[in-house]
Ligand binder design. Structure first.
Ligand SMILES: Cc1ncc(COP(=O)(O)O)c(C=O)c1O
Length: 459
């Protein structure tokens, strides 16, 4: 660790944190007797905590974010230069990095043409919900306003995003939610809901059933993760996406793909949907857009959608009457430009495919070895291992034991994740999303650590 501070110097930091910081998604009672974790430094795939202990980060900053790895000076330099030249102006005006990044981003997204800048994944999704609602008013007398979302998917922490949230443990106690959001069934074949050979098509047909039940003239959009992340790393079964696309076209339902996790490289393509030949109307992205070097999220949409918001220039209510103050920060697109350049120059999409295959192979080997591993799933450097107490019945492993595996890895110096406060009874999937720069040694070290942890926790 290069930090100038000795661990003793951080005692005050730990105490300030304990006294005043409210951490995300965590119970704080234990911090009365144990220290909160402070991450002090990062380089490449590795981070160091307040004790100077090194960890190999298998989840890119905890929540699949730091895709190009830590300590990238060229991103920091680009942001610094940009902030000195021009840090902020409301995005009703443009900026140099804003225009340049939009152009480069659209270049990676055939069929898309416009980019709307905001701060977070939740906010990006909310913007799409507003666009869908306004389109319903413009074209369908307000009637085609319902937004479908899928069981087990997550679209963010704000109230409208939670209204589209398919994870009961994230939502419970925070209602009532916004009206007009309707759930469709998940598509996880390991937890099959239909006995059929064409599972993908059947799971997609379930969406059509919901549209018909609700009335096609009331359904405006369908919002899906390309690969469900926090709901269990659910890769779509074969045949799912083509049928979903067909259904959306049949009922004039706009397709909104939430790429907040998969966006920019995670699955080995720029976006997750590009693995499945889907043509979305909206794509939202956040975490991997600038790898956490600056807060930036985007909505990308088609020219067809965009043009609906400039049809009646004399009508003051015609355009998208929305603003995101920090959507005008230039640090985000400045960082995003460098982030994208790094992915291209270092061949990180190809590395993601290669290392992803290695990761899946290693996880399959763990499944052979440990009865507790019921299913392994993934795409690129985005993988999950679902743990079960009984392979035959598929009874989920108890959450406490799953957390014990995560804690054991942490003690060994490896950060891995697990589904957390997600679907009741199903917080049982280990999650891996190493940075796209991972080497074969990194991948093997991560899965070796999980192997050792599984052996200890489930002897
Ligand atoms: C698929 C997905 N969508 C949206 C979000 C919300 O993003 P944010 O936390 O930036 O608001 C997340 C966050 O984990 C996510 O996983």
């Amino acid at each position: 660790m290069n930090t100038q501070l000795s661990p003793n110097d951080l005692t005050g930091v730990v105490e300030a944190d304990r006294a005043h910081l409210w951490h995300h998604l965590i119970q704080h009672k234990p911090f009365e007797t144990t220290d909160p974790r402070i991450i002090v430094e990062g380089k490449g795939m590795r981070v160091w905590d307040q004790h100077g202990k090194e960890h190999l980060d298998g989840v890119s900053g905890g929540v699949w974010t730091v895709n190009v790895g830590y300590g990238r000076e060229r991103i920091a330099n680009a942001v610094r230069d940009q902030l000195i030249q021009m840090n902020y102006f409301a995005n009703s005006a443009g900026s140099i990095p804003g225009a340049r990044f939009a152009e480069k981003l659209i270049d990676k997204m055939p069929g898309m043409s416009r980019v709307y800048y905001v701060n977070s994944g939740s906010e990006a999704n909310e913007k799409v919900f507003k666009m869908v609602r306004q389109i319903a008013h413009k074209r369908h007398g307000g009637r085609k306003h319902k937004i479908l979302y899928r069981e087990r998917d997550y679209h963010g922490s704000t109230l409208a995003a939670m209204s589209a949230g398919g994870q009961y443990e994230r939502n419970a106690q925070y209602g009532p939610f916004a009206p007009g959001f309707v759930e469709v069934p998940h598509c996880l074949e390991y937890r099959a809901q239909w006995d059929t050979e064409n599972y993908g098509e059947r799971a997609a047909d379930a969406i059509e059933e919901v549209i018909l039940r609700e009335g096609p003239d009331t359904v405006g959009a369908l919002c899906l993760e390309p690969v469900t992340a926090g709901g269990g790393v659910i890769t779509p079964p074969d045949g799912y996406w083509p049928r979903v696309q067909e259904i959306c076209q049949k009922y004039d339902v706009l397709l909104h793909i939430d790429e907040v996790v998969c966006g920019l490289g995670r699955t080995g393509t720029w976006f997750g949907y590009q693995n499945y030949g889907v043509e979305p109307d909206f794509v939202t992205m956040a975490k991997g857009v600038a790898s956490g070097y600056a807060a930036i999220a985007c909505v990308a949409t088609t020219e067809e959608v965009f043009s609906m918001f400039k049809q009646e220039p004399d009508d003051p209510m015609d355009y998208f009457r929305d603003i995101s103050t920090f959507g005008g920060c230039t640090a985000g697109p400045a960082a995003a430009l460098e982030n994208m350049a790094i992915i291209e120059e270092e061949g990180l999409l190809a590395n993601t495919i290669e290392m992803g295959a290695r990761l899946m192979g290693n996880l399959e080997a763990l499944k052979e070895k440990h009865a507790v591993v019921g299913d392994v799933r993934g795409k690129g450097l985005f993988a999950g291992a679902e743990l079960v107490a009984d392979r035959a019945t598929k009874e989920p492993a108890h959450e406490k034991t799953v957390q014990a595996v995560v804690a054991d890895c942490m003690a060994q110096g490896f950060v891995i994740g697990a589904t957390n406060r997600s679907v009741p009874g199903f917080n049982n999937t280990l999650c891996l999303s190493p940075a796209l720069i991972a080497t074969p040694d990194d991948i093997d070290a991560l899965t070796d650590a999980i192997d050792a942890a599984l052996t200890r926790v489930y002897p």
